[in-house]
Structure formats: structure tokens, C-alpha cells
Design a protein around this ligand. Sequence first.
Ligand code: FAD
Ligand code: AMP
Length: 475
Amino acid sequence: MTDHYDVIVIGGGPGGYVAAIRCAQLGLKTACIDNFRDKKGKGAPGGTCLNVGCIPSKALLDSSEHYEMARDGLGAHGVKVGELSFDLDTMLARKDKIVSDLTSGVTMLFKANKISYYNGHGTLHAERKVSVRDADGKTTAELSADHVILASGSAPMELPPVPFDHDTIVDSTGALAFESVPKRLGVIGAGVIGLELGSVWRRLGSQVVVLEALDTFLAAADDQVSREAARQFKRQGLEIRLGAKVTGAKVTKNGCVVSYESGGKNEELTVDKLIVAIGRRAFTDDLFDEGLGISTDKRGFIEIDENNRTGMDKVYAIGDVVPGPMLAHKASEEGVALAERIAGHPAHLDHNTVPWVIYTHPEIAWVGKTERELKDDGVPVATGQFSFAATGRAKAMNESGGFVKIVAHKETDRILGVHIIGPRASELIAEAVLAMEYHASAEDLARTIHAHPTLSEAVHEAALAVGKRAIHKAN
Ligand code: FAD
Ligand code: AMP
């Protein structure tokens, strides 16, 4: 017997589970199929983000930041700490508990919204029939739907000459669960994931070397932000070797010997653990039958139109499995907009206002275009910059590194990009996103009252600085 739904969502990450909830809220009979299981074999919806991505990484970033703060930061506040140590097992158990609380929360939300949750692997067939299989490959359900959403997410990319052994050479999932702090840690890739995980283990005592193939550090960020980040990371002891293209790795008795090319020379680095963080690939393994009209591009992402439609009628795709930034909030918002369109409502998502955040210390966040991108496009710009060092609150926190930079159109004053490096940049960027959503000018932000003393005053002053009238700096 085939159960029929208005909507079946394959994949229960922040794209899929959020799309399913919004579909159900709009009165559609919805099913969500997700194959993630926890260590005990229990279904754990929430995808990469909740299980092995955003959440566990932030749990460890927070714990390790507290430790580093107690070790190196509290003295400046006059707080004396006796002998300091940490218990890695407790840190890891705390992280695991947060993950299981949140994945159970998604299961509860499925129930509350009357969404049928199937734990297993879903495959789409002709006529929008969907089969669900368990870990042994046995078919456990045969379903069909009027609409199908593919939200199968992504998986870590492997570097062919450096295959994972999931012990010494690990992906991000392995790096969230080291049983002890590696003395020497190598990270391949100075992207968001490499920098965040490198920071966690550096704070806990590892000597970390990040090998990055490109000559430019954080190429997607504003130039001044990436320069400041490189300076701060160097000061912290996070060694980043640019122009270092990894070509192989051999696990020996004395550690893992990583070979890389740099400046035309062959170099080696010996480490105890190696994290490969060279990016993620769209995950489409056994997701749909051939010949359905669904195509993937040369990087493996499912091809869609501006309304997330694939080449098969009433079959859509969202999140990491389609082109665009691989970010949880982008996946969720695509899911919400798509659910609304399926239910017959108008919905639109502005991909230009997707915020980016790197949760290192200091945090880095941006939205919109960089000054360089705009100049390359021939757009006339005016910029305003303000350092946290000149805000009372950042000083009180002893967190005065970094700045806010606003890039506006020189003639219309419309805000085109906001770039922040500094304390709580991840939270401060929300104001910039809202401003850009409302097509605000720098003047609009400049005339908005910001509470004193707060970090948000740096955003306010940067907006004032666009018009060369910041109060707390010489313009
Ligand atoms: P996923 O979260 O990957 O979910 C897809 C789900 O579908 C998975 O559970 C998968 O097992 C399941 N699935 C796949 N195929 C099938 C199938 N055929 N049948 C059934 N189930 C299937 N993003 C941020 O925005 N902020 C962060 O701080 C952040 N930190 C990160 C840290 C790390 C270490 C990593 C690895 C990623 C991080 N990301 C972060 C990225 C974020 O996790 C992804 O962008 C997000 O999870 C994408 O959501 P999704 O729903 O598209 O896919
Ligand atoms: P991201 O795509 O943001 O996750 O970052 C991945 C980073 O890994 C990019 O900056 C790549 O340039 C880098 N990278 C990819 N392959 C290699 C390699 N063989 N050696 C060193 N760095 C690499």
C-alpha cells in the first residue's frame, strides 16, 4: 500500500525539516525522510547542521573560548584563576547533549506539526514515487506525492591523494570528536570550517598549521577584514601557510607526514592528526533514478531555476545540494519560500542578503558585496569604518580589536555591503541584514538610535563615517 502526501521532503537538515514544518503549517499533508542516526541508532533529524556541523562546532568553540579566556583573558579584568585545567570528556559530552536535545526537538516538532517522519534513505522514482530503505537496504515504505523537495545536503570532500582513514586523517566530523588533544595538528584548507576547527584545538593546546592552496587568505571576505583576521590569527599562534598545495600524506609511526608544494618547492609537515577541510560536495548518492529529467552541474549540484524547480515536474531542490552558499540559514529560508510557493503563496528570497559568519575569535561577519567587488563592477562607492577600540563597551569587555566597515553607493547612499571583524560580529550583522533588506541608506542607519554603551554603536558610527561625520573619530 502506497501512502500519498501533498509533499515529501527527502533530507531532514535545516533545509528539509524547516521546509516540512512550513508545508505542514500551510495545511499540506507532509512527510520528511531523513537517514541520520545517532550513535545508538536512533533517528536524529537535523542534518549536518545539528549533528555534525554548525551546532557541535559552536559548542566546542564556546567551551574552548571559555578555557582560553580563563587562561589568557581574565587576568586583565583582575580575575585570578588558580591552577587551570579542562576535561575534554566533559566538553565532548556537553556538545553531544546539545546535539541530542536539538535533534529530539526536531522529532518533537515533526509530531506537533503532524509530519510523518521516516528514518531511512529516500529515493525518488518516476511519477513522484519515493521508496524508503533502512541501513540494510531493505525497503521499509513506498510513498508518493504531488510535490517532492530534494534537500539531501552535502558531505565532506575528500582530497584524492589524502584519503580519510577516519583515525589520523579525518573530516570535520572526526575533528569534532578527537578523544585527546593532538599535539601537532594539520588542517588542509583555510576556509570557514578549517579556521573554526583549527581554532578549537589551538585553544586547547594543539600546535596548529593550516595549509591553504590559494595565495590569498579569506578571498571571499573584504580585503581589510582578511588582513586584520590574518594578523589576529598569527598573534594567537594559528599558523597559516598560504600557497601550500597539499599533494599527499603518509601515516607513519611518528605521525602523519603531509607533502605539499609551495613556491615551486616540495615541502613536508609532520602532524599527529590531519583535518581535511577542503570544502563539501553536494550529496546526491542514490537520491533519484536516472532518466527523470533531473540534472546536476559539473560540480555535482542539482540544477534548478529561480524558483528551485528541477527538470522534473513538481520536484524541487534546496540547500547545500543546489548551487549557492553552503549555509544553514540559506537552506532554511529557501525551504520556507519554496513551501509557500507550493502552497500557492508568493515568496521571494534575496540571495544578496545572506549573511556569512566565521565563528573564530574575533568573529567575522559580512553581508552584501565587498568594496573590491563593487569597484571591479564599476560601482561608485563611499565607505565608512569604525574601530571597536573607540567604543566604550568593547573597551569594557577588553575586546577592542577589529572594526565595522560599511560600503554604500556613492550617489544614492544605499548600503551595498557591511563587513565586521570583532566581538559578537555574528550578532551585529543582523542589523546590517535588516537594513539591506529594507534597502536602507547609510543615512538611515546613522539616524537610528543605538543604545549606549553597546557594540552596535560601532555599526552606528561606521554609518556616520560614510558621511564623514563619525563622532568618536577624526573623519
Ligand atoms: P544537511 O544539513 O546536510 O541535511 C541533509 C540531510 O539529508 C542529512 O541528514 C542527510 O543525512 C540526509 N540525506 C541525504 N540524502 C538522503 C536520502 N537520500 N534519504 C534520506 N536522507 C538523506 N552553516 C551555517 O550556516 N553556520 C555554521 O556555523 C555552520 N557551521 C558548520 C560547521 C561544520 C563543521 C560543517 C560541516 C558545516 C557547517 N555549516 C554551517 C554548514 C551547514 O551545516 C549546512 O549549510 C547545512 O547543514 C545545509 O543544510 P541542508 O538541509 O541543505 O543539508
Ligand atoms: P571552503 O571551500 O571555504 O570550505 O574552503 C576550502 C579551502 O581549501 C579553500 O580555500 C581551498 O583553496 C583549500 N584547498 C583545496 N584543496 C587544497 C589542497 N590540495 N591543499 C591546500 N588547500 C586546499
